[in-house]
Write a protein that binds this ligand. Structure first.
Ligand code: COA
Length: 147
């Protein structure tokens, strides 16, 4: 199935925001606490790239990435459940790389216990970063009781 992959336009934002919020029902997709106004401001930043997959002129998926000049960080990707496993996710990644010609790489991090996403990112050509990256992912666990 063919999808049109292009930069989002203002008129796409409501459909993208609906998909973005739907991530709330898919816990491993992340926690999205933006309201529409804040979301619109966020994606309007010159450092944020919002790319959409369209079918029959409707938005069926999006990819949100940070532009770090010569490389990109894939912050979020989501395809409408009705259109999954038809190549839209893969097309969004391929299409974003095609649009962002100056990026030498696109990076992402994901929860490795999410086997579906693990399969998807491998299938989309991502490999484990074995050399030192610009950013190292670190976390600090809570040591005091959670209230
Ligand atoms: C992850 C996601 C974007 C994939 O989109 P998609 O359009 O269904 O992906 P594709 O059709 O391009 O899949 C390409 C390949 O990835 C793998 N894959 C994708 N979804 C998979 C799943 N649920 N289980 C196992 N493998 C999967 C398969 O190898 C697939 O190829 P195949 O269908 O020929 O077997 C979509 O499932 C989604 O929106 N999930 C919810 C949001 C999310 O978790 N985003 C990621 C973190 S930000």
């Amino acid at each position: 199935m063919k999808y049109i992959i292009r930069h989002a336009r203002t008129r796409d934002l409501k459909a993208v925001f609906a998909l973005y919020q739907s991530g709330r029902n898919e816990p491993k997709h992340g926690e999205n606490d933006y309201d529409f106004k804040s979301f619109r401001k966020y994606v309007g930043s010159s450092k944020v790239d919002l790319v959409v997959a369209c079918k029959n002129k409707s938005v069926v998926g999006y990819l949100l990435a940070y532009d770090h000049d010569n490389w990109g960080y894939l912050d979020s990707i989501c395809v409408d459940p009705e259109y999954r496993r038809e190549g839209a996710g893969q097309a969004l990644i391929d299409g974003t790389i095609a649009l962002k010609k100056h990026w030498v790489m696109i990076e992402l991090c994901y929860d490795p216990t999410d086997l579906k996403i693990a399969k998807f990112v491998k299938s989309a050509g991502f490999v484990s970063a074995k050399k030192p990256m610009i950013f190292k992912w670190m976390y600090r666990a809570r040591t005091t009781p959670h209230r």
